[in-house]
Write a protein that binds this ligand. Structure first.
Ligand SMILES: Cc1ncc(COP(=O)(O)O)c(C=O)c1O
Length: 409
């Protein structure tokens, strides 16, 4: 029997989220943008600021020492959650975008030279394109894109054909934030390594939605955001293999990232603090640890399976809407994201009609313009699910789309 979240689980989960208990109807289907937050995460922020606020790694007084312990514990929770070897491989940053920029800036500027090749895929978020474009422009490197097929699946043979010559880096998403496609990142990692390249995985849509084991994947870097996995905004994670992080120059300079500073020079702090310059997002980091506890209590395999069920249900029901085009047709290898277009209706108009029914979806290019170019459209509507969504909400989405169809002909 498939491990999944049951109807009773969802009822209980929804009780944990204040935003669903205000008395106002809200069907929130924009989880790929950011997730809602359970009370325990909100309470953790409140508790920190009201009872234990102090800076970390500085004060020789109890409050600061306690804050330091909790902040470091949060790194350990993250390490455990993604099965990193050590918390020293866990750098807290602001979000996925900053994590990828950190690698592009620090690892990239040291290791990428003129004529080197960086491989991305056609389904990347702008956060996993633009930092590499900046680097490539500065260094004279070349970016190549592995193709997707018409079902929204990565063409492994396309990737394979690019993995030759001076390939230094592969950077690829674990799950597309438009198509819901889940990429075989373990296989891709071994292909990249065979070609002598290192690999970064954009896990913004990975860790929140499925069990993640960086050692099993074997990747060199893995980036994700706390706010997409029930945690607060302002904190994200860069996982990097210790030996690679040790070999990289700092990203930002300042307090906390040094061991000692003289008028002439500075010595870098141990990992991960070498990459955490200045006062970090302390309360947010601690609250991210609490979000992880919550996700673990539900079970990541159950979450993964439940979201897959919701996506398949949605894809089936959406077919009842006249003149709808759905992007990405994979079944098992997809997460809880479904993007579509109503023929001759702009996605913004679709989203407005749905908003009048208190249904929140995303409309636009979802920070994946090149992918939309590949799909031959300028924008799309996107419904993305999480642990608190239900099939009834998907029915309401479908009814809302039928209403939009009626209004716009
Ligand atoms: C696949 C993917 N990568 C990167 C990002 C960027 O995340 P953030 O805005 O938290 O940096 C997103 C956000 O939607 C995403 O879906």
């Amino acid at each position: 029997m498939t491990e999944t979240l049951k109807f009773e689980d969802i009822i209980n989960i929804r009780k944990d989220f204040p935003i669903f208990n205000t008395g106002k109807k809200l069907i929130y289907l924009d989880n790929a943008a950011t997730s809602q937050k359970p009370s325990i995460v909100i309470d953790a922020l409140h508790f920190f600021y009201s009872k234990s606020n102090a800076n970390v790694h500085r004060g020789i007084y109890t409050l600061s020492e306690e804050a330091t312990i909790k902040y470091e514990e949060a790194h350990k929770k993250v390490a455990g959650f993604i099965n990193a070897k050590s918390f020293r491989e866990i750098v807290f940053v602001r979000n996925t975008t900053e994590a990828i920029n950190l690698v592009a800036y620090s690892w990239g500027r040291k290791n990428i030279a003129k004529g080197d090749v960086i491989i991305l895929s056609q389904m990347e978020h702008h956060s996993n394109i633009v930092p590499w474009q900046l680097l490539a422009r500065e260094k004279g490197a070349i970016i190549k894109y592995a193709e997707i097929d018409n079902r929204g699946k990565l063409r492994i043979e396309s990737l394979e054909s690019l993995l030759k010559g001076k390939v230094k880096l592969v950077a690829i998403t674990q799950m597309s934030n438009v198509l819901g496609t889940i990429n075989p990142v373990k296989k891709i990692t071994s292909m990249a390594h065979k070609a002598g390249a290192i690999i970064l995985i954009d896990g913004a849509q990975g860790v929140p939605h499925e069990p993640t084991d960086v050692q099993d994947i074997g990747c060199d870097f893995y980036a994700f955001s706390g706010h997409k996995m029930l945690g607060p905004t302002g904190v994200g994670v860069l996982y990097g293999k210790k030996e690679i992080l040790n070999d990289m120059p700092p990203f930002l300079g300042g307090g906390d990232m040094i061991k000692s500073v003289s008028f002439e020079e500075a010595r870098w702090n141990d990992l991960p603090w070498k990459f955490e310059a200045g006062t970090p997002a302390i309360a947010e980091g601690i609250a991210l640890g609490v979000a992880i506890d919550y996700l673990k209590s539900l079970g990541m395999t159950k979450i993964r399976n439940y979201e897959n069920e919701l996506a398949l249900y949605a894809m089936d029901k959406l077919k009842d809407v006249n003149d709808i085009e759905i992007y990405g047709h994979l079944a098992e290898e997809r997460g809880g994201i479904v993007s579509f277009n109503l023929k001759d209706v702009h996605p913004h108009d679709v989203a407005s009609v749905l908003s009048s029914e208190n249904i929140a979806i995303r409309a636009g290019h979802h920070c994946a313009q090149p992918l939309h170019d590949r799909l031959g459209v300028s924008a799309s509507s996107r419904a993305s699910f999480y642990i608190y969504n239900t099939t009834e909400e998907i029915d309401a989405l479908v009814n809302g789309l039928k209403k939009a169809r009626k209004i716009y002909g």
